[in-house]
Design a protein around this ligand. Sequence first.
Ligand code: SPV
Ligand code: MN
Length: 638
Amino acid sequence: METVATVRVDEARRQEWHRLFAQKMSEEHLRRVLAIDNPHLEAFLADCIQLCQPDRVEVLNDSEEDRKHTREMALRAREERPLAMPGHTYHFDGPQDQGRDREVTKYLVPKGDTLSKALRQIDRDEGLAEIRGLLSGSMKGRTMIVRFMSLGPANSVFSIPCVECTDSWYVSHSLDLLYRPGYEFFKSLGRVKDFFKVLHSAGKLTDEMVSAEPDKKRIYIDYITETVYSVNTQYAGNSVGLKKLALRLTIRKADREGWLAEHMFLMGVRGPGGRKTYFAGAFPSGCGKTSTAMLPGETILGDDIAYFRAINGECRAANAEAGIFGIIQNVNERDDPAIWKVLTTPGEVVFSNVLVKDGRPYWLGMGIEIPNEGINYSGQWFKGKRDENGEEILPAHKNARYAVALKALENCDPELDNPHGVVLAGIMYGGRDRRAYVPVQQAFDWDHGIIMFGAALETETTFAILETEGKMEINLMSIQDFVSIPLGRYIANNLNFAKKLVRPPIIFGVNYFLCDEKGYVNEVRDKHVWVKWMERRVHGEMPALRTPTGLIPTFEDLRVLFREVRGKEYTLEDYRRQFTLRIPENLAKIDRVEKFHRENVSDAPPRLFEVLAEQRARLEEARAKFGDYIAPDRFPPE
Ligand code: SPV
Ligand code: MN
């Protein structure tokens, strides 16, 4: 089968493609393609056109005029509808298209190549035949929109040029909100071959303008040609190829080139004297990722995907994206003032899968009474409505989202587009762990942090059961779904990265979910205290106590920080409740982590098992001396 990679470019073929483009594009748009002058790009566009057979092709550039055109077309096509607030719109995905779809997202693997068993995959020839069959003629009667974007700031060491062809104006609009424009960037690149390509078609649509054939939804990733194919889906995590689909390609690219692509936020944390220190953080969904990045008074540089490069011995970090596609559930005025403001004042926002009534959007946990009827992704909705399986349909989907540009936020960090990124001082990993890890601790060194907080990152799959072991799921570095290279190799790349750095970022483990018999040992906003402590630690400013699992804050420092940050009196009782070392729970965690890696990560680096064994030995030694539960104030200074 002929695909982009196998096309041999000769001038006669180029002339044929140009004639094809001329049939589908306006003169101005044809000129835009020719101005890039890249036969590899032209081959991709010609392939998309011949395969999907759109009536027209629009090639958009970086201009405000084209952004406006996309917004207008999304409304005209009824993929989005206006809300009462100026600039706000809403979009629905079909009932079976409300999230990333692991089942139908697969790697295309050529014969003779192997990927980790844990990754969903399909033979490349078979998969290409299937998805190209589904895409065949899918844009008849429609417009194909060609978008050029840059992952990472454009014209920088971080940038990855991307082109997405789609028949969805909602997808085009999402690209504008979430990524940096890349048309001029493409023009500056010459005839490069290395760029990411995405071909998306929403497929057949219902009267409500949602994908009508969810059983034919497929999302296939061809790492050989760095191409993503997506069909019969609209949910942005499946259709905006630059998000998690491109992340899978990026992890392979970073592996080849010796840098890291991570599922992390980036934030600036204020310290004494107004200084600002940059942190990255990895948390599985629903574990406090965006709320950490959005802490009031701090700045946000990114909320989902970060690139790290070693440059002159420094770890420099940049956001792959320029916007937020955030979970809206539980966003409320008290806990998330910055995002609340954007969602309730004029400006460009796309809401998806919320409830709409009288031109206003509603979502779960917004802290305001939700109407008893309205429209949502199920159509006309009323309280008590059930789906065909008899399940009650909630007013808004739990995975309802908002898309906004980061620049719309008051707390957006001014370094967002710095082509050199920012110097990263710290990294935090956090899961949902009721039993073992203390709320915050610093790793002894890079390897200890990468293994004990990153590779050992666990999260609870059910919230109900406290006692039972085995309800924890490992989601290493919170990126497991997207790791497109062998998992052990990915861990080894993380371990080795520090060797290129003079002062590697300090690694911390956080746990916002520790419980005792009375419930959570912390309040939601206590995380701000931990973040401030980390900021002080990376500047060597507060002493710590040395426990078998990491370095923890002293009671005295926390008293000061709780007063400063939260205006709260912090007691020795609070401290002991939160920071008592639980030896049996920590040993059980090590057992689970070791079992996971022995069973699932055939190429796990030997260092991983050494670090686990060292921590086990430290815990056993402490137990022999002090018993199973050790109050924090018994540990010595570091
Ligand atoms: C996530 O689920 O981690 C997201 C949203 O950031 S999605 O675009 O669906 O990946
Ligand atoms: Mn994410």
